[in-house]
Design a protein around this ligand. Structure first.
Ligand code: URA
Length: 230
């Protein structure tokens, strides 16, 4: 069976398809001893030998974790400065990676897997997967600004909005719960910052159909077969 190289790398749990494309263009992937940098390269997994950074790729069974990320942990698979990463929090012998990212001091729901297709589906903008965040602001959110954020403001020259904004606690306008389908880096902070607010605390409480339920900060669990059907 002939498949596209990026798809195969994703299936093997190397990364999402888009990330696999980056690895290819960076010259990190070889097929039968030759570096390939062309996107769209096709391979035959039964015959071809694929290496990434000199390491042979093989199919591995898929695993899925849901983590309540604590503060002070970076969302990558490795760090040059030897800081603790989200992957270090999970005990597995599989090569997992985070589905999207949360900032160093953001807490809450993060999925980790070695299934590139699963990750690709959840993070691709065309699928409009909702994210819900609990936000603590430096000042009370004004009604007029709430309306602006719901109607849409320009961020990086793109119209950007929250699809819902509620106040979870009565008479507390510092605390807001926002919903968005945006996955751009620092999206929530940048939206508020554009209107002069600073995000003091940020916690993701939902990602698509996934919720933390009773997972405490730093805790994680494996998702079951039923849960991973997306
Ligand atoms: N938006 C942010 O600004 N930071 C996060 O960590 C997630 C969403």
């Amino acid at each position: 069976m002939i498949v596209r190289l990026n798809r195969y790398l994703a299936e093997c749990g190397v990364a999402s398809r888009r990330k696999a494309d980056e690895f290819i263009t960076e010259g990190r992937v070889s097929v039968n001893g030759n570096i390939v940098i062309e996107l769209g390269t096709k391979i035959n997994p039964e015959q071809d030998e694929i290496f990434i950074d000199g390491e042979k790729i093989k199919l591995q069974s898929k695993v899925y974790f849901i983590l309540n990320k604590p503060k002070g942990i970076i969302t990558t698979t490795s760090d040059d400065k030897k800081r603790k990463t989200v992957v270090d929090l999970i005990r597995t012998n599989k090569k997992i990676f985070p589905v999207g990212r949360l900032d160093f001091n953001t807490t809450g729901l993060l999925l980790l897997t070695n299934d590139g297709e699963f990750s690709n589906y959840l993070t691709h903008p065309k699928n409009g997967i909702e994210r819900e965040y609990e936000v603590k602001l430096d000042k009370e959110l004004q009604k007029v600004d709430r309306e602006k954020l719901l109607k849409g403001i320009y961020l990086d020259r793109r119209k950007s909005k929250f699809t819902n904004i509620v106040f979870p606690k009565r008479n507390n306008f510092y605390l807001v719960k926002v919903t968005t389908v945006e996955g751009r880096n620092h999206f929530v902070k940048n939206m508020f910052s554009k209107l002069g607010y600073t995000v003091k605390e940020l916690h993701r409480s939902r990602f698509g159909k996934f919720k933390l339920k009773d997972l405490k900060k730093g805790e994680y669990r494996e998702l079951n077969k039923k849960e991973i059907k997306i």
